[in-house]
Design a protein around this ligand. Structure first.
Ligand code: ATP
Length: 370
């Protein structure tokens, strides 16, 4: 029998993070109640800039351990620009979670919803449906992250290190190929593109070499390469032709925001960070203090991240009901946009956080999954 009980560690965090997290778990619960076949136990973990201001700690005692014991972690948003650690850096316990649990595969789906705002005029932009896989633990962020904080800057020069390892790159590429394989079962294009700058940097030539080695293990999947500059152009010119793209950390950081902008921007950008034994889900946006507490936040990025969580856990555990519950939430958002029932303020609409949440809940209860 497949696993049917899951523990979720929730770090709602700061600003609109707490608001969109509440919306997300209301929708997740509605989908669970409708589909059945699994149960979720939520454990809340206090963390973030507000918690730091009140206690001097960025996460509650044993919070990291508890998060690591859960089947999945879910974050609303962490950090407030006005609250800084003693060394002037932002409060970011989630970066430690990423490091500690080796969440190397950052997953950013980029999907157009018919009826949602679209930047590109070409009708084919309605068919954008790709996933950007961003390596999250090394690359050019290696020295910026927890690894090496020794000063590399003097009055005349600043240096950073770009690190690519075989072990992480192999697992990252395998992740991308398996995802493409799975997407192909429901209309995906069965393609993985390696995005790099292998013509200039040894590190990226190494990345590409490993990609090619792993591609040989997935002969049924079409694999290709693109230089990051050409890929940026292609993302704007023909994004509907893309499927799964895999890349180093800083390239993924930039291209995933660019791609997200094609389909509605931050309020739509769901994301996951996956490792071999742990997984974390969170909307790609931050705590947006300018709109917190005003019933203005668009909860869709958070809700869609909740759907990704159900999908990933269900897929890993062989629990089809959970995968169906995830699909139900996605379909609710699709249907909501298609018939004009979802009009977020973020896109100039008349619906704030509460109305958006109510509307997604209504679609979740009536949407036809067939
Ligand atoms: P971080 O560095 O923490 O990711 P950021 O500086 O990128 O944060 P965000 O907090 O993501 O900034 O927000 C940028 C702006 O986008 C906000 O000021 C807000 O106006 C808008 N925004 C972000 N997320 C949402 C959302 N879910 N709904 C509506 N507007 C949003």
């Amino acid at each position: 029998m497949s696993k049917d009980h899951f523990e979720i560690a929730i770090l709602a965090g700061d600003g609109i993070g707490t608001e969109v997290t509440e919306a997300t778990f209301a929708v997740v619960e509605a989908a669970r109640a409708r589909i059945g076949g699994f149960s979720l136990q939520q454990t809340n973990i206090l963390a973030g800039a507000g918690y730091y201001r009140d206690t001097g700690k960025d996460i509650e005692a044993d919070g990291e351990e508890r998060a690591g014991k859960a089947d999945a972690m879910y974050i609303g948003a962490i950090g407030l620009p006005a609250i800084r650690a003693v060394d002037g850096t932002e409060i970011a316990p989630h970066l430690r979670l990423r490091e500690r649990f080796q969440l190397y595969a950052g997953v950013r789906p980029v999907k157009a919803y018919k009826g949602a705002p679209r930047i590109l005029l070409d009708e084919q932009a309605n068919n954008i449906d790709m996933v950007i896989i961003r390596e999250c633990t090394e690359g050019l962020f290696y020295t910026a992250a927890v690894h090496d904080r020794s000063p590399k800057t003097n009055a005349d020069e600043a240096r950073e290190t770009l690190r690519i390892t075989r072990s992480v790159t192999e697992r990252l590429c395998d992740f991308a190929f398996r995802l493409a394989e799975r997407r192909a079962q429901s209309g995906g294009k069965n393609m993985v593109t390696c995005v790099d700058k292998a013509n200039v940097f040894q590190a990226f030539a190494f990345f590409r070499k490993i990609f090619d080695e792993r591609a040989a293990h997935f002969p049924d999947i079409k694999s290709s390469h693109a230089y990051v500059d050409a890929q940026a152009l292609e993302l704007v010119k023909k994004p509907w032709a893309l499927d799964v793209l895999v890349m180093e950390n800083i390239f993924g950081d930039i291209l995933s925001d660019l791609a997200g902008g094609l389909v509605g921007g931050m309020g739509m950008a769901a994301s996951a960070e996956i490792g071999d034994n742990h997984c974390l889900f969170q909307p790609a946006h931050g705590s947006a203090p300018d709109i917190m507490g005003q019933d203005k936040a668009n909860p869709l990025a958070a809700i869609l991240s909740g759907a990704m969580m159900l999908d990933w856990l269900g897929w890993q555990a062989g629990n089809q009901k959970m995968v169906d519950a995830a699909r139900l939430i996605e379909k609710a958002v699709e249907d909501g946009f298609a018939d004009g029932g979802l009009r977020p303020m973020e896109f100039g609409g008349d619906m704030g956080l509460k109305d958006m949440t109510k509307a997604v809940l209504a679609y979740t209860s009536k949407t036809d999954l067939a």
